[in-house]
Design a protein around this ligand. Structure first.
Ligand code: BG6
Length: 509
């Protein structure tokens, strides 16, 4: 039986999408390609408009031209369908203005009114793809221009916020206060694009629709988890941003903790946004906060030095553009977290992420406990490889199970074998981009895949102590790693102290 959670496609009301930061990378690489694909697949509302808001002077035609060129480069389906683009791009226009200039917001209002349709004028999705320091003022200005109503009003208005959401707990709280001055929490959609990935969404489906695994999903059966998000690329042209962020803020505070919360949370009472987010917050709150001593033992940072990734020479982080030559910013983090609750007491969750690693891959490896007794010790030695389940989030999305099998023949030899499930093989190669799903959900007003206020604040609380412990502490020799290796040696020590090893991520072709 096939069961659909959303009872089929959501019927979307006509709306206008206003993108602040329209000249930026995100708009060209992700947002417009996502909207184009939604349009192509007939998932956009019957009537819609897209307005790009930015400072540079530009005509509608010039902006459309730029977007088309970017689409040719970044579209997930190629070539771009000319006819679809022609129709779609007629709905796109450009509004020039300074973000602090009230008059610019008034002309935005005039533009919206000129659409001559109440829903296109009143159902508004504000997408904030600007620098975070501008979020507060944009929301205030759209409110002052009468475009964002907190208490009712006609139509609906929603604010979609890109990460980084603050740089620590205090700044996140401050930002939350600024936003909720002009919008209700229910109108604020905080993005973590990992939640838009099909395979990340599948974590809950997999866990709560398969009794065979959920029964084992606890401290009795699971020895530990390894959550890996590795990237082959270095920081490239993003040195300026990265110097402020580092891997802890860029990846751990959001993507890795989100994946962890889905993997470890309790079943929600229902599938509505608040029930799911309640459970995620509860889980995040159960993560044991680390003392300075714990941080020294349980958290490893690293920074890449020059090396080779897949045969290509790479500079060291300190040699990247806009990076200080003596920077101590981390490009790698590995950490062990413990969850103080009934289900997970004593089970370590090892998380790691880094740039310039040998593979670009994201996976969750569930390492089960070994058998209590090894019957084949005489033939295979005292230890059998324990069972493992790997949720392959990207690429080659799927799930693999490793168990032991007998090697055919007269001798009693046992060795690990694997069963692989692959999305492509089962469902064909349809993998929508995360932003397609997220934009769709934001237009539909479903906040399940977005981060709630208390969620973002709790996540900052977990990483803030680590940041503080590192600040002002220069990197030591053991914290550097050559580009193209799996991180600093200290990361291996982190697991070795508990008798574990990092498993190389699975590559399934
Ligand atoms: C972003 C980070 O949020 O996620 C980037 O800012 C990182 O540094 C990216 O490269 C990884 O996302 P994905 O979807 O490529 O795994």
């Amino acid at each position: 039986m096939v069961c659909r959670l959303d009872a089929g496609r959501k019927v979307l009301e006509p709306c206008s999408i206003i993108i602040f930061g329209a000249s930026g990378d995100l708009t060209a690489r992700k947002l417009i390609p996502a909207l184009y694909h939604l349009y192509k697949e007939k998932q956009m509302p019957e009537a819609f408009r897209v307005i790009g808001f930015a400072r540079r002077e530009k005509t509608d035609a010039a902006w459309r031209g730029e977007l088309r060129a970017a689409l040719d480069q970044f579209s997930r389906t190629k070539p771009v369908d000319d006819q679809v683009w022609q129709e779609f791009s007629q709905q796109i226009s450009y509004c020039e203005g300074d973000l602090n200039d009230a008059a610019a917001y008034r002309s935005l209002e005039t533009r919206l009114a000129s659409f001559g349709s109440e829903p296109l004028h009143r159902n508004l999705l504000f997408y904030l793809a600007t620098s975070p320091s501008q979020f507060g003022q944009i929301v205030e200005q759209v409110h002052r221009a009468g475009l964002l109503q907190k208490d009712g009003g006609r139509g609906w208005q929603r604010v979609v916020i890109e990460k980084p959401f603050g740089h620590d707990l205090e700044s996140a709280r401050q930002l939350n206060r600024e936003l909720t001055r002009y919008a209700h929490e229910q109108q604020v959609f905080r993005i973590d694009h990992y939640l838009g990935k099909e395979t990340v969404q599948n974590i809950l489906m997999f866990r709560f629709s398969n009794a065979v695994f959920e029964r084992l999903w606890n401290r009795e059966s699971i020895d530990h988890f390894q959550i890996t998000v590795s990237e082959k690329l270095g920081v490239g042209q993003r040195g300026g941003y990265y110097e402020e962020a580092g891997a802890l803020r860029d990846m751990v505070q959001n993507h890795l903790l989100q994946v962890l919360s889905l993997v470890a949370m309790e079943p929600p009472v229902s599938l509505d946004a608040e029930s799911i987010r309640d459970e995620k917050v509860k889980l995040l709150k159960s993560i044991r906060l680390l003392s300075p001593e714990d941080i020294a033992r349980q958290v490893v940072r690293g920074q890449y030095v020059a090396g080779t990734v897949a045969g290509e020479p790479r500079p060291g982080y300190r040699q990247e553009p806009k990076v200080k030559p003596d920077s101590n910013v981390e490009t790698y983090v590995a950490l062990k977290l413990l969850i103080d609750n009934w289900r997970w007491s004593g089970v370590p969750f090892f998380l790691r992420t880094g740039k310039n690693l040998p593979l670009s891959t994201s996976e969750v490896r569930v390492q089960f406990r070994p058998t209590p007794h090894v019957l084949f010790a005489a033939q295979c030695g005292p230890k059998l490889d324990p069972n493992a389940l790997t949720l392959r989030l990207q690429p080659n999305e799927g799930i693999s199970l490793r168990f032991n099998g007998k090697v055919p023949g007269a001798s009693l030899t046992v060795r690990p074998v694997r069963m692989h499930f692959s999305y492509d093989a089962e469902f064909g190669a349809y993998t929508p981009e995360a932003y397609e799903r997220l934009l769709l959900e934001a237009m539909a007003g479903d906040a399940t895949l977005f981060i709630r206020r208390d969620e973002v604040e709790t996540a900052w609380q977990i990483v803030d102590g680590i940041r503080k412990a590192w600040d002002g502490n220069p990197l030591s020799n053991r914290e550097f790693y050559a580009a193209g290796t799996w991180g600093p040696v200290a990361a291996d020590d982190l697991l070795a102290s508990g008798g574990h090893v990092w498993r190389e991520p699975l590559v399934v072709s």
